[in-house]
Design a protein around this ligand. Structure first.
Ligand code: ASP
Length: 716
């Protein structure tokens, strides 16, 4: 049955209503079969082979997975890469200090020697991908879910071992449609990626959190990096001897600009969508998961912001952490609104009723799919308290505070130390040293202790007491927040760099034992142990059953829609979305245009508001209308919206025109469409892109880094 399902996965074209919005995040190797005719009908002038080809150079050779979860693209024959400012933010922040504040002032390497290495950054080129469903699922037919998992794991291991060609590539097999299909991805990984340029945050992050996920938008969200390789153009660890990488392909940049209804293609690494979730899951996300996480992050963000506003050092230290925390926090708010507006639960229920009708029509189907819907009903009811406890644990104990973050890396060290060889112990000693330097560079005790007290109070107040350890309940019921800080936080060696250094500079079993008795370490272990015994096993077991049910459900949906278009959920692999440049109507009586201009930046300009404080140099360029070849008729375009289906991970993706030329950089979605990871609304889901002309204008006119343009191919 499973193999048959794999073969049945197909597509028809959704009829286009008034809008051209195109739901779907498509697989590059299947474009020829499913999409190219429609794409060409919408205006695309190239072929599927131009986008993805194994034998010839194609667009895929100019697109990379940037870091852990963004996209970047090559724009020169010397390995120059452009991505979003918010994707390069960690690197920019990492190199910033009060003396060299690249966040505030921007950074431009004047020559290759000034480009800044980043020890935690890598990029991945997709070398090839392949549908391996048959091989992965071989031998699973008729087997129970547990055996299927074992067989799939064994087959995967074999395929991956072969595909990585003795370490030359990094290979992985990813499930699609909840394991009804599998694809192999083979990557080339480059680890020497250097920072070349970034505009000041007052441009790259213009509008800040206020404008994030919003239209109209005026953010110059870009930064430049360069990939370095060894002398044979092969991946290599950082070395001063490395040379700029020569890519198989880089994008030509077009200065033509965009018009309403122009065809656009977004090519990148979208992270995660969940279009097949049942109504119960959607309801839980809307009513419990998102609101809980928003509430926890509300508290954390306001404490961080208060301290960041007071002290420039703290502002730099917490800039990247703040951004990561607030990005999802704001998106969840838009998501809840959008799901409510769409009556998402009712829409899902209607889909489920249709599914049930399809099953009830046929005895054979009843046998195969009849259990699915009742199982969801039961499983999600059981799941509810565990997801809540799991969310709170993840948001508070797992990643809520700096102190628990650093403790969590010592927890396994202490447990495993005596079993390690002396060689491994010294490697670990070295790694710990680097880890602590990184950690304390971006740590402010006075800030984190407040977050610690506030979040632990929520942990105590909000979740079912059965999910809390007894010692924690006793502690919290008799301890004020001030006491929590003075008796636990400040007494902990993990809150003091030099004290911790004294213990960890010489890692021995005896020294590690000292950490075990540390009050914050003890508290962390108690919370973790209780979670691991009382939440995690139940959560995982239910999640596993839900996933198995989801797999059968999706197999049924595929079968029910035989011959109709189905796209596989995004899973951080290379995908194509296509649509048209177009605005939208966010609400009754309001129409949004598809582009913004420098005019809008000046309208928002307000030196009193951090997010809207336009740099003087940009004001001057505006006054003089000094836009060079990047402006048109005295106007400097900044951003535009289009109807490409995108998600997180598409940040930094190239936005290409009908001829495959680079016209923009995808960086966000509109507020009214943020629920598109769960449910797409063609009327309101729009991706937001930076107009590439604005990026070039900033590089050339504002930064005076025009020499970087010399290595690009720019078409007037
Ligand atoms: N701005 C988004 C992000 O950072 C991109 C998107 O989700 O559309 O994840």
């Amino acid at each position: 049955m499973i193999r048959k399902t794999g073969l049945l996965i197909g597509i028809i074209l959704i009829s286009l209503a008034a809008t051209f919005a195109k739901e779907g995040i498509w697989i590059p190797t299947l474009l020829e079969k499913y999409n190219i005719a429609e794409m060409q009908q919408m205006g695309f002038r190239l072929t599927a082979e131009d986008i993805y080809s194994v034998n010839n150079e194609s667009m895929k050779d100019a697109v990379v997975l940037f870091g852990g979860g963004c996209t970047g693209e090559l724009i020169s024959n010397d390995g120059l890469l452009i991505t979003n400012h918010h994707c390069g933010f960690d690197a920019i922040q990492d190199h910033s200090s009060v003396e060299h504040d690249y966040l505030t002032n921007g950074f431009w390497a004047k020559n290759r020697q000034e480009e800044l290495p980043n020890h935690r950054l890598s990029v991945r080129f997709l070398h090839r991908m392949e549908d391996v469903s048959e091989n992965i699922l071989a031998g699973t037919e008729g087997k129970a879910a547990d055996s299927v998992a074992v067989i799939v794991a064994r087959n995967t291991k074999k395929i991956v071992a072969q595909a990585n060609e003795k370490g030359k590539f990094e290979a992985s097999v990813q499930p699609l449609f909840y394991g009804n299909q599998y694809f192999l991805y083979v990557y080339q990984v480059f680890e020497d990626v250097r920072l070349v340029g970034a505009p000041p945050s007052s441009i790259g992050k213009f509008g800040g959190d206020t404008d994030n996920w919003m239209w109209p938008r005026h953010t110059g969200d870009f930064s430049l990096f360069r990939i370095y390789a060894d002398k044979n153009n092969q991946p290599a660890k950082y070395s001063a001897d490395n040379v700029p990488f020569k890519p198989k392909k880089f994008f030509t940049i077009s200065l033509k600009g965009v018009k309403s209804q122009d065809f656009t293609l977004v090519f990148g690494f979208p992270g995660r969508t969940q279009q097949f979730l049942p109504s119960q899951a959607i309801q839980q996300i809307m009513e419990q998961g998102d609101p809980d996480k928003i509430k926890i992050r509300d508290a954390k963000l306001s404490l961080l912001a208060a301290d960041m506003n007071k002290d420039p050092k703290v502002r730099i230290q917490y800039a990247a952490k703040y951004q990561t925390t607030s990005n999802a926090w704001k998106k969840w708010q838009g998501e809840v609104k959008g799901l409510k507006r769409m009556n998402a639960v009712a829409v899902k229920q209607a889909g489920e009723a249709e599914f049930k009708k399809w099953i009830d029509d046929n005895i054979e189907r009843q046998k195969r799919f009849g259990e699915v819907l009742p199982a969801f009903e039961k499983l999600y009811r059981q799941f509810e308290p565990y997801t809540k406890a799991n969310d709170y644990y993840a948001e508070i104990v797992f990643r809520g505070t700096d102190i628990f973050n650093i403790i969590s890396s010592f927890d396994p060290i202490e447990k495993r130390w005596s079993q390690l060889t002396s060689g491994d112990q010294s490697k670990l000693q070295e790694a710990v040293k680097l880890k602590l330097e990184d950690h304390f560079k971006d740590y402010n005790r006075a800030t984190d202790e407040k977050v610690f007290a506030a979040l632990l109070r929520m942990y105590f107040n909000d979740i079912d007491p059965q999910f809390l350890p007894a010692d924690f309940k006793v502690l919290m019921s008799k301890t004020s927040s001030e006491e929590l800080i003075s008796n636990i936080y400040r007494k902990s060696v993990f809150s003091d760099q030099s004290e911790l250094k004294n213990v960890t500079d010489n890692l021995t079993a005896k020294n590690l034992q000292k950490l075990v008795n540390d009050p914050a370490f003890k508290l962390f272990r108690s919370l973790k142990k209780h979670f691991e015994l009382n939440v995690e096993p139940y959560f995982s077991a239910l999640q596993k059953q839900i996933d198995e049910t989801q797999k059968v459900y999706v197999a049924g949906i595929i079968e029910m829609n035989q011959g109709k278009p189905l796209w596989a959920d995004a899973n951080k692999t290379l995908r194509v979305s296509y649509g048209k440049v177009e605005g939208y109507e966010p609400m009754d009586g309001v129409v949004y245009d598809y582009y913004t201009t420098l005019e809008g930046i000046m309208q928002k300009d307000n030196p009193e508001i951090y997010d809207y404080n336009v740099p003087q140099a940009l004001r001057d360029l505006y006054e003089n209308k000094d836009y060079g070849r990047y402006g048109q008729n005295g106007t400097m375009n900044v951003c535009f919206t289009a109807s490409n289906h995108t998600t997180g991970g598409n940040s930094g993706s190239p936005v290409l025109d009908a001829d495959g030329k680079l016209i923009g950089l995808n960086f966000d979605r509109c507020w009214e469409g943020t629920m598109s990871d769960l449910m797409f609304d063609p009327e309101r889901c729009r991706n937001i892109s930076l107009d590439i002309r604005y990026a070039l204008f900033i590089i050339d006119k504002l930064a005076g880094a025009g020499y970087l343009l010399n290595e690009m191919v720019i078409e007037e």
